[in-house]
Design a protein around this ligand. Structure first.
Ligand SMILES: *[C@@H]1O[C@H](CO)[C@@H](O)[C@H](O)[C@H]1NC(C)=O
Ligand SMILES: *[C@@H]1O[C@H](CO)[C@@H](O)[C@H](O)[C@H]1NC(C)=O
Ligand SMILES: *[C@@H]1O[C@H](CO)[C@@H](O)[C@H](O)[C@H]1NC(C)=O
Ligand SMILES: [Zn+2]
Length: 420
């Protein structure tokens, strides 16, 4: 933080300047609308562009739902412009919804019990939670660091192992959460997997720990995640500057150095939510994670990799870069995805869809899964989009944390049980 010196007549100023330097972006009075685009993709895009509105799932596409964030002073004009189209209100007042799910500082150091999943939490508590799991389960857990983010935060995870102890080198199962900073449910769900593996009395669950070496990273984009908690809840990217642009942030999940250059699957505009960077792997987080994955593959093999996102309720496989290219073991991946989706549904009746990324959601280049599938060479690679399908979007009520974890665990357990 910079220090400012002023003549004493303005002694109050420094405090005010410090406050102004990190304003909490307010969404009070903002509404989020879900518009059924149908065939009117040009119309919706032009409304969004002319009013400079943010959308939550990329540019509106034909026959999809566009989830559009509208500031208070534009709500009337927006309603008029979409009149005649089918639309619902996701958040009447986004600021209030954010306040309802904002982290409550109730975590007691050392506790690491199941009440963790009743709330979202401040970033330092997430680190403490992992430390506490390590202290409670010293013969099964170890906090690990993959490397540092742009701003020097550790990319922290927890490694879980079974009766072979920390020196055994079983094939790795690697889970990434919160690469997109605002997808808070993913942090909690990935932690739920770790918690379940460590605390379950179920003999099959215990056996997974003996069979695999788990590396669970709840927040692979710590700079972005911290920023969502200090400044702007709706931030997605990392916090990287780009030469010749006033906009910040590279989308880490469009930055991986495999088929990065293929056109159409990411933005070249530094102001866009899915800005791919100027060069492949120019985001420090991508470099760290790619290097760590390759080393892990060399050391012990990577059996399974899942990059966890929200929202849309999808269970997806490579590829993102092309809708024609097919993963070499595609039929096996689809069969596993189908089984996982059925297992998820059994828990709370929630329906996920599955399929290759490009055909299921949209083309995405430079995504982690394509890289991990083809360059790292993991055996099984998936990416999921957790709850919901658009009732709440990124601001998922805290009551849905535990059920989201339970159903996602059923999906993961299906994979662990059925992978060859
Ligand atoms: C569970 O964790 C909460 C939050 O950290 C703590 O307040 C509570 O005392 C813990 N309960 C038990 C039984 O340890
Ligand atoms: C693991 O290996 C290290 C170095 O080889 C050794 O010092 C340590 O005792 C081993 N730990 C266990 C639990 O076997
Ligand atoms: C799936 O295909 C990828 C390459 O496309 C390969 O690296 C991986 O080993 C395959 N997995 C299995 C289980 O055959
Ligand atoms: Zn995402």
């Amino acid at each position: 933080m910079k220090l400012f010196f002023f003549p004493c007549g303005v002694c109050l100023l420094p405090r005010l300047l410090v406050t102004a330097a990190a304003p909490q972006v307010s969404y009070d009075g903002y509404s989020v609308f879900r518009v059924s685009v149908g065939k009117q993709v040009q119309k919706v895009n032009s409304i969004v562009n002319r009013l400079s509105l943010q959308t939550w799932k990329g540019a509106p596409r034909e026959n999809t739902m566009a989830d559009v964030v509208v500031p208070p002073d534009l709500i009337d004009v927006f309603r008029r412009k979409i009149s005649g189209m089918h639309a619902i209100t996701m958040h009447d007042n986004l600021g209030e919804s954010i306040a309802r799910e904002s982290p409550v500082q109730t975590y007691a150091t050392g506790s690491a019990n199941n009440t963790w999943f009743d709330n979202y939490h401040p970033y330092p508590d997430h680190l403490q939670f992992l430390e506490d799991l390590q202290s409670k389960f010293p013969s099964n857990a170890q906090v690990v660091v993959a490397g540092q983010s742009l701003e020097g935060n550790d990319i922290t995870g927890i490694r879980l192992f079974g009766s072979g102890g920390p020196n055994s080198t079983k094939p790795a199962v690697v889970l990434h959460g919160t690469v997109h900073a605002r997808e808070w449910i993913t942090t909690m769900v990935v932690e739920y997997h770790a918690y379940t593996l460590l605390t379950s009395q179920d003999s099959e669950t215990r056996s997974f720990l003996d069979k695999y070496d788990f590396y669970i990273f709840p927040v692979v984009n710590p700079d972005g995640f911290i920023y969502t908690q200090t400044t702007d809840r709706m931030w997605r990217k990392n916090r990287q500057t780009t030469q010749d642009s006033r906009c910040l942030g590279h989308d880490i999940n469009r930055n991986w150095p495999f088929k990065w250059e293929v056109p159409g699957g990411a933005s070249t505009d530094p102001c866009a939510q899915d800005f791919k960077g100027r060069k492949p792997a120019d985001a420090p987080e991508t470099v760290v994670l790619a290097k760590w994955l390759k080393e892990t593959k060399r050391r012990q093999g990577v059996k399974l990799f899942i990059d966890v996102h929200s929202y849309s309720q999808l269970f997806m496989t490579p590829y993102g870069f092309s809708c024609e290219a097919e993963a070499s073991n595609n039929s096996e991946l689809q069969a596993l995805a189908a089984g996982a989706v059925a297992a998820i549904k059994k828990v709370h009746g929630v329906q996920f869809e599955y399929g290759p990324i490009c055909r299921t959601i949209y083309q995405a280049t430079g995504s982690s899964v394509d890289y991990v599938n083809d360059v790292v060479g993991a055996d099984y690679v998936f990416t999921t989009e957790l709850r919901d399908t658009g009732e709440n979007g990124f601001i998922l009520p805290r009551e849905e944390i535990l059920p989201s974890g339970e159903e996602a665990w059923a999906g993961l357990a299906f994979l662990l049980r059925n992978m060859k």
